[in-house]
Design a protein around this ligand. Structure first.
Ligand SMILES: Cc1ncc(C[n+]2csc(CCOP(=O)(O)OP(=O)(O)O)c2C)c(N)n1
Ligand SMILES: [Mg+2]
Length: 424
């Protein structure tokens, strides 16, 4: 059997996606039937040219009118776009700093988000404060938007805790490392939202409800292209769809699941999976922050007004390693990286704002200075993280005392007693 990690095999598999391309139509969900984009084709390892991808700002920073999605972002003026730009610059800077902190031994591991800033910022800025986020391990941009700052962002990656922040306060669950598990958590939470609304006797929402007047909040699950192959995600899709649960499935298709290309996850564009579950699916250019904001707003509104779940596939690219423990040069080419560097999400919005006269060199420099200040706070915060006590790992596992756990804790205490005081 050919090895799936052999690049020649991948090339062969990528043709499967290309052959299917002609059958991709816009009949389902939020997809549109306007003419394909007049942009340079995006060649992914899946071999797809996502002609039916929602895109409001081209790779070279030109705004394209869109009859379906423009009204979802009609309130987004230059000032709001500048804030999105600043968010993206800041999270990229956080990412660079955290990567350096890992290299300097301050963090055990770090999964970089480089390249995925627009997908994360555009979607997270679409959320209301009451919405609840269930994310994977790479969504530092989403966490930043939820108000999680400084050391809290990296506490888990230093290996001192299982949760770097209070999930209730941030309305964001601790990052999930078990691939796809958070999709089910989000659906469970969303069913809970429905139950709460019913108990409170709130009227059933309908599609005509105005934005901002929706009676319920929503949950959002972030996961990757690789996660779509997990059983948990398939179960989550089924449950959410049949219950019309108020949840948005936000898939960042960054083309890779560690060393496996997306072509090994699916023979069709991931968004097409939505149709089989009876939910709308929309494919968006994940490097276009404005388009991501628009499609996520639409999906959240649908969720909050009884329309059930939506699958969003944000087509983007992980430009860094999977984590700081990975060497991506072993499985992908520099030509592929260059291809996606040319579609950089931060330069795209900067180019648009410059074209509009809303950003100049001074503006860029002051945003960069603000980002440097955030990075400085992160670095200073890391040095204040205290090591947990040896027994902390045994606490808050069970609500009541548990004999098995107590025996393990006592055995560990005896083990530590075998060391000299300073060697512990
Ligand atoms: C259930 C489970 N299986 C395998 C792994 C090992 N693993 C960690 S990350 C990863 C790839 C996930 O890829 P994707 O969903 O595309 O997310 P990305 O890392 O690209 O953001 C795998 C297989 C895991 N953490 N959990
Ligand atoms: Mg991936």
């Amino acid at each position: 059997m050919p090895s799936t990690t052999d690049p020649r095999t991948r090339k062969h598999l990528s043709r499967a996606g290309k052959a299917h391309e002609a059958s991709v139509d816009s009949a389902h969900g939020g997809a549109r039937d306007h003419a394909p984009a007049t942009v340079s084709p995006v060649t992914t390892p899946q071999g797809l040219d996502p002609g039916d991808t929602v895109r409001l700002i081209d790779a070279d920073g030109v705004r394209r009118p869109d009859a379906t999605y423009d009204h979802w972002v009609e309130d987004v003026d230059h000032a709001a776009l500048l804030r999105l730009y600043e968010d993206m610059v800041v999270v990229r800077r956080i990412d660079t700093e955290a990567t350096a902190l890992q290299r300097q031994g301050q963090l055990a591991l770090w999964p970089p988000l480089l390249g995925q800033e627009a997908a994360q910022i555009g979607s997270a800025r679409a959320l209301d404060a009451d919405d609840f986020v269930f994310s994977s391990y790479r969504e530092h941009g989403v966490a930043h938007v939820r108000g999680i700052a400084g050391a809290d962002l990296v506490r888990v990656w230093r290996g001192v805790t299982g949760a770097g922040w209070d999930p209730h306060e941030a309305r964001m669950a601790p990052m999930q490392v078990i691939i796809g598990a958070q999709a089910l958590h989000a659906v469970g939470y969303a069913v809970g939202i429905m139950a709460d609304a019913e108990r409170a006797g709130r009227p059933s929402p309908d599609a005509g409800t105005a934005v901002g007047q929706e009676p319920t909040e929503a949950a959002i699950a972030y996961f990757g292209d690789g996660a779509t192959s997990q059983g948990d995600v398939a179960e989550a899709f089924t449950f959410a769809s049949t219950w019309s649960a108020p949840v948005v499935f936000f898939c960042q298709n960054n083309q890779w699941a560690i060393s496996e290309p997306v072509s090994l996850q699916s023979k069709v564009p991931l968004v097409e999976r939505a149709r089989g579950y009876g939910m709308p699916g929309v494919r968006v250019d994940g490097n276009d922050v404005l388009a991501v904001l628009a499609v996520t707003r639409e999906a959240l509104h649908r969720a909050r007004t009884g329309g059930g779940p939506t699958l969003i596939e944000a087509v983007t690219y992980r430009r860094g390693p999977h984590t700081t423990a990975d060497d991506p040069t072993r499985y992908r080419t520099s030509a592929e990286i260059e291809h996606w560097e040319a579609r950089d999400p931060v330069s795209r919005i900067a180019a648009y704002l410059r074209g509009e006269g809303a950003l100049d060199d001074d503006g860029e420099a002051s945003v960069q200075a603000a980002a440097d200040a955030v990075a400085g706070e992160l670095r200073a915060g890391v040095t204040t993280i205290a090591d947990p006590s040896w027994s902390a790992i045994f606490e808050e596992v069970y609500a009541e005392p548990h004999a098995g756990l107590e025996a393990e804790r006592d055995a560990y205490a005896r083990y530590l007693d075998g060391f000299e005081e300073g060697d512990r």
